[in-house]
Design a protein around this ligand. Structure first.
Ligand SMILES: Cc1cc2nc3c(=O)[nH]c(=O)nc-3n(C[C@H](O)[C@H](O)[C@H](O)COP(=O)(O)OP(=O)(O)OC[C@H]3O[C@@H](n4cnc5c(N)ncnc54)[C@H](O)[C@@H]3O)c2cc1C
Length: 529
């Protein structure tokens, strides 16, 4: 018996040692480079010694707090493919030489997962894959994943004043991450998510093959619309059906501080925001104002930031009927084209040239931040919101962004795509805290603050599970282990928060396309089983 125990224990030690050897196998940098050179002689590969390595790595990361991270490695190599076969070769050479890959389109991942990893890895940066081909005859377009939303908006507007695209508000966000995670924006109440309008996609799989919708099959095509791309392969391009927009839309923003009755107005908004006509979108951005050296009292302000798909006159009639408390008048409103409304929501002053949408590196959207999210399915008591905003005064720069749902979102079943947050949700909330100095203590203090706010809100938001939006990535919800062995059951802890019951179907799609779990990260979907 004792000898059996001893041999079992020595077997365990040997396995453990073997695992260490496998996972710490020294990386011979020549092997990967030789593999790339032999399979694709013109591949664009950068090593840490390349002059362009640092600027490439830093260029499109939007949350530079990760620059100082000691918890993760920077990429051993950066590959910037300009064709799909180059991606296939990168995947094969990475697998052959024990390296993982991370894929980056626009670099907006809140937790830096597209450009940092706890394992040695190759970064596939799609910055050169950003072709946009528009077909006005059938109102469809093909866009490569490395394009930004701004580039896409700009190109559509150059071809048409009456067609648009229902995606997010930040122009530097990458098409690749955004669409694969769902894509919420100003047109969501009218048309749903951007992922709802995807007709086809192209994906490089774990064997380096390029698959379109027909070749990948409907399960995988379902999964990459809302389930994120990073678990399944490298999505190179998307075919999208554009949506009609009027020649003239109306935008307005009404600001109210706590002293001016912001809480009463927000309370009223909660009752109607998801029931407004589908043509009307009113989101709320709550932030601190005042303070500083001029003796102006620091307080909280709610900004009702809105777009109506019609002219001022019709908007005012609608508002008088359903939201008279806001007292919106013509003086608050501006009639603009759809593309000008994009500039408005992106925070550009009136008169800014639309060419600014082509600036992928615009500094406006770079900051050190941590964010968390919630979906709300019953009205939050006024007193609870008041307390949340009092907490907000404890930090310098924090935002609570409340985005209305309802409208078209109520007509799409939870299982239609991997993104499940449809009917029954009134709105979602994003809690964002920012800081100015990239130091560990500053980060710790602010992250603690936003976690406490999130904890405070728990009685008032969705429950069992408390849901969150995958594109507002939050590693606090749970993470996979480092070696790819996290099981489906273990990952359910965070997976059902993003995907509810769709998580199981996602894991089954994963098992079919990538059973060895090559494409993985801290929140990738493990193969079912
Ligand atoms: C300033 C700002 C504003 C935002 N505004 C909105 C908004 O209005 N609405 C909204 O819904 N979201 C918004 N987001 C969130 C945004 O949609 C997500 O962060 C999205 O994932 C970013 O995509 P990306 O390509 O820029 O990011 P990346 O960091 O490049 O990628 C994000 C994730 O997707 C994976 N990925 C990227 N490209 C591919 C690909 N081609 N194939 C496979 N996997 C891929 C990455 O590996 C990573 O896991 C905003 C984010 C920021 C920072």
């Amino acid at each position: 018996m004792n000898s059996l125990k001893a041999s079992a224990s020595s077997l365990r030690s040997t396995v453990f040692l073997l695992m260490i050897l496998i996972f710490t196998k020294p990386i011979n940098s020549k092997d990967f480079l030789q593999c790339m050179a032999s399979k694709f002689s013109t591949a664009n590969v950068y090593t840490k010694e390349s002059t362009l390595y640092s600027s490439l790595l830093l260029k499109s990361q939007k949350n530079p707090r990760w620059l100082n991270s000691t918890l993760a490695f920077k990429p051993l190599y950066i590959v910037t493919p300009s064709q799909e076969p180059e991606i296939g070769v990168t995947v094969l050479c990475s697998r052959e030489h024990g390296l993982q890959v991370r894929v980056r389109s626009g670099g907006h991942d809140y937790e830096g997962l597209s450009y940092l990893s706890r394992a040695h890895f190759v970064l596939i940066d799609l910055v050169h894959l950003r072709e946009i081909r528009i077909n006005m005859e059938d109102q469809t377009l093909w866009v490569q994943s490395g394009a930004t939303l701004g580039e896409l908006y700009y190109n559509i507007a150059q071809r048409s004043s009456t067609y648009g695209f229902p995606a997010g508000v930040c122009p530097t966000v990458g098409v690749g991450g955004h669409i694969s995670g769902g894509g919420l924006g100003v047109l969501t109440r009218k048309y749903g998510l951007v992922a709802d309008h995807v007709m086809d996609a192209r994906l490089v799989d774990v064997n380096g093959r390029v698959l379109d919708r027909k070749l990948m099959g409907e399960e995988l095509f379902w999964a990459v619309r809302g389930g994120g791309g990073a678990s399944f392969g490298v999505i190179t391009a998307w075919k999208i059906k554009m949506v009609p927009v009027p020649l003239t839309v109306t935008v307005f923003t009404v600001h109210k501080t706590l002293e001016q009755g912001a809480n009463k107005l927000v309370d009223r908004w909660q009752q109607i925001a998801d029931k407004l006509p589908d043509d009307l979108f009113i989101r709320i951005i709550v932030q601190n104002v005042g303070g500083g050296s001029y003796g102006v009292k620091k307080t909280v302000q709610a900004s009702f930031n809105s777009m109506f798909l019609g002219n001022v006159q019709s908007l005012i009639s609608v508002m008088e009927l359903i939201f008279p408390e806001m007292e919106v008048g013509a003086k608050d409103c501006k009639e603009v084209s759809w593309i000008e409304s994009i500039l408005y929501f992106a925070g550009h002053p009136s008169g800014t040239s639309r060419e600014v949408l082509l600036d992928r590196d615009h500094q406006l959207y770079k900051s050190y931040f941590k964010a968390k999210s919630d979906f709300v399915n019953q009205i939050i008591p006024e007193t609870a919101l008041q307390q949340a905003w009092e907490r907000q005064l404890q930090v310098d720069e924090a935002y609570m962004v409340m985005e209305p749902l309802g409208g078209m979102m109520n007509h799409i079943p939870e299982t239609q795509l991997a993104f499940p947050h449809r009917g029954g949700n009134l709105y979602n909330i994003q809690y964002i805290v920012k800081w100015k100095v990239n130091e560990a203590e500053e980060a710790r203090r602010h992250i603690h603050w936003v976690r406490m706010l999130h904890a405070f809100m728990s009685p008032y938001v969705s429950k069992s599970p408390r849901t969150a939006y995958f594109n507002y990535r939050d590693l606090d919800l749970g993470i996979n282990g480092n070696n790819g062995t996290t099981s489906y059951l273990e990952a359910r802890v965070w997976g059902t928060k993003y995907f509810k019951n769709n998580f199981e179907r996602l894991a089954k799609a994963k098992r079919r396309i990538d059973p060895s779990n090559f494409f993985r990260d801290e929140q990738s979907i493990p193969p079912f089983g």
